[in-house]
Design a protein around this ligand. Structure first.
Ligand SMILES: [Zn+2]
Length: 71
């Protein structure tokens, strides 16, 4: 981990995440604050549920979820 010089860097609350569907192995990119459930683009398995704020990952989403950094 690289230590940042400034602590209070403004960050967006939401972010794009990338995770793999455990059913078919397809990598899906989704929005952490999606307003609806996230389904696998390949097989339609629900990968994350909308909880009114951040999405909650379902068990069909692989354990390794990457955060996509973008500026
Ligand atoms: Zn799938």
């Amino acid at each position: 981990m690289v230590r940042k010089e400034r602590i209070s860097v403004p960050r967006p609350k939401s972010e794009f995440l990338s995770g793999t569907c455990v059913k078919c192995g397809t990598e899906n990119v989704f929005y952490s604050n999606s307003t609806k459930e996230v389904k696998c683009k390949q097989c339609g398995e629900v990968l994350a549920y909308n909880t009114g704020g951040k999405v909650e990952h379902s068990e069909s989403l692989g354990a390794e979820v990457k955060r996509l950094d973008y500026t």
